[in-house]
Design a protein around this ligand. Structure first.
Ligand code: SIN
Length: 286
C-alpha cells in the first residue's frame, strides 16, 4: 500500500503504525481520510502523532469511523460530549483503567467497532498500550483447532468475575478519580457472540475471546470452557502478534476492536496520565 499524504511508520511486523505529517482537523481533505481508513484497515491500530484536538475535533475525527457509542461504566465528560470519557490516573493512585487484555465492551449486544483515544497528559516514561492482532492469531491456529471453533459462541460478561484482584465493583472502587458509574449493574450485562468473527470490510476472520470478558462458551459450563478460553487468550497475546505503542501528548490512537485486543500497562505510579476516549460504530459481531 502506498500513501500520498500520510507518512506511515509500521511499529512491528504484525500490527500497528505511527502516522506523521497530518492534521486531523482538516475534515474536508477527502484523500487524507481515505488514506487514514486504509492505514487503519492495514495496521488495525494507528497512532497519529502531533495532533491538537479539542473534544469536538476528536468527535468529528472519530465519527469518520462510525457513530459515537455510550460506555456504560463511566459518565460522559460533559453535556456536549455525553459519550466521551476521561481516563485519568493521578500520581496518588495505584490502579489504572484498561489493564488486562481485552477488546472494548464485548458484553454489549453491539460492541463498538472502533475506539479512539487522545492523549492529554502522559507520564515521562511508561503508560504504554499493548495491542494484539487477533486475525493473525486466528490464522496461526491449526486447521483442527479452527474447525473446533467453527460455530462456537461465547458468553461475554461485564462482571470482571475473573479479573485478578476483584470483580468490577471492587475494581471501580479503586479508580477514584474516574467518573465511574453502574458498577452494580455489571453482572447483568451479558451478550453472546461468535468466538471467531468475520470482519465486515475485509472478510477476514479473527478470534474474539478474552480471559477477562468471555465467561464460557454457550451451552458449556465455566469449568469446561475456561481452559480453552485461557489458551486462546494466551495465544492471541504471543509476542509475534503484538506491538507496543508509546504515548506522547497530542497523540491520537484509532483501533479496530473487530481484530485486536489491547492492554494498558500500569507501570507509572507517581505520575499523571490523562486520556479522552470515544468509541464509535456499534456493530453486532458476525
Ligand atoms: C482502554 O482500554 O480503552 C484504555 C487504554 C489505555 O488507556 O491505554
Amino acid at each position: 500500500m502506498t500513501y500520498k499524504i500520510l507518512q506511515v511508520q509500521p511499529i512491528s511486523g504484525c500490527i500497528g503504525a505511527e502516522i506523521y505529517g497530518v492534521d486531523l482537523r482538516q475534515l474536508d481533505n477527502k484523500l487524507l481520510w481515505e488514506e487514514l481508513k486504509q492505514a487503519y484497515l492495514q495496521y488495525h491500530v494507528i497512532a497519529v502523532r502531533g495532533q491538537d484536538l479539542s473534544p469536538d475535533d476528536q468527535t468529528q475525527a472519530a465519527e469518520f469511523f462510525g457513530q459515537s457509542c455510550p460506555y456504560p461504566f463511566a459518565k460522559g465528560m460533559d453535556e456536549a460530549h455525553p459519550y466521551m470519557t476521561r481516563i485519568i490516573k493521578e500520581p496518588t493512585e495505584r490502579t489504572n483503567f484498561g489493564a488486562d487484555w481485552h477488546s472494548d465492551t464485548p458484553y454489549l449486544q453491539e460492541p463498538p467497532s472502533t475506539t479512539t483515544l487522545y492523549a492529554v497528559e502522559t507520564p515521562p516514561a511508561g503508560g504504554d498500550t499493548l495491542y494484539a492482532n487477533t486475525e493473525a492469531a486466528y490464522q496461526a491456529l491449526s486447521d483442527t483447532m479452527k474447525k473446533m471453533l467453527e460455530g462456537l459462541q461465547g458468553v461475554f460478561s461485564a462482571s470482571l468475575k475473573h479479573k485478578p484482584g476483584g470483580n468490577r465493583k471492587i475494581h471501580h472502587a479503586r479508580i477514584n478519580t474516574m467518573a465511574v458509574q453502574n458498577s452494580g449493574e455489571a453482572d447483568r450485562l451479558e451478550s453472546i457472540h461468535p468466538i471467531v468473527r468475520t470482519h465486515p470490510l475485509t472478510g477476514k476472520k479473527a478470534l474474539y475471546v478474552s480471559a477477562l470478558h468471555t465467561l464460557r462458551f454457550e451451552g458449556s459450563t465455566e469449568k469446561e470452557s475456561r481452559p480453552l478460553i485461557q489458551m486462546l487468550n494466551d495465544h492471541c497475546i504471543e509476542p509475534q502478534f503484538t506491538c507496543r505503542v508509546r504515548w506522547q501528548p497530542g497523540q491520537f490512537n484509532i483501533w479496530d476492536n473487530r481484530c485486536t485486543m489491547h492492554n494498558a500497562i500500569n507501570d507509572y505510579h507517581g505520575h499523571r496520565r490523562e486520556m479522552r476516549r470515544l468509541t464509535v460504530g456499534s456493530q453486532k459481531p458476525q
